[in-house]
Design a protein around this ligand. Structure first.
Ligand code: ZN
Length: 129
């Protein structure tokens, strides 16, 4: 069975699964990944999807993320090692500001919802992006 749903005013996502349980899972995942409604720092609804590719040596890293057009904050997405499903990284390493680095392992949850003005990623040479 298939389901279409509006994750935000501008985007409709279609998901498909064999069972209701799997469909529920697909919808939940899509809502988590595509349903971001506003910037966690300034509250602006002017957020856009962005995707950066960084090549370091022979490896290519991909950075899917949300950008806030108002305050230029970002919300980084991680991806599961198995299956590659995306998820928002909601934890930031605490450094007393809104510029914490996204980290699932060392970060902490907070009002920022994972949004940060942190400028840079490991191996990131395209900081102008
Ligand atoms: Zn913002």
């Amino acid at each position: 069975m298939k389901a279409q749903f509006k994750v935000n005013p501008r985007l409709i996502v279609e998901v498909e699964a064999e069972t209701q349980k799997d469909l529920f899972k697909e919808i939940a995942s899509a809502a988590e990944v595509f349903g971001e409604k506003k910037c966690g720092l300034c509250g602006s609804e002017q957020i856009t999807f962005a995707h950066r590719t960084v090549t370091k040596g022979k490896k290519t890293y991909e950075y899917p993320e949300y950008h806030c057009e108002s305050c230029h904050a970002r919300l980084s997405m991680g991806s599961m090692q198995e299956g590659g499903a995306l998820f928002p990284i909601r934890k930031l390493v605490k450094d007393g500001s809104d510029k914490g680095k996204p980290s699932r392992e060392e970060g902490e949850y907070g009002n920022h919802q994972g949004w940060t003005k942190y400028r840079g990623n490991p191996g990131d040479e395209s900081k102008a992006a």
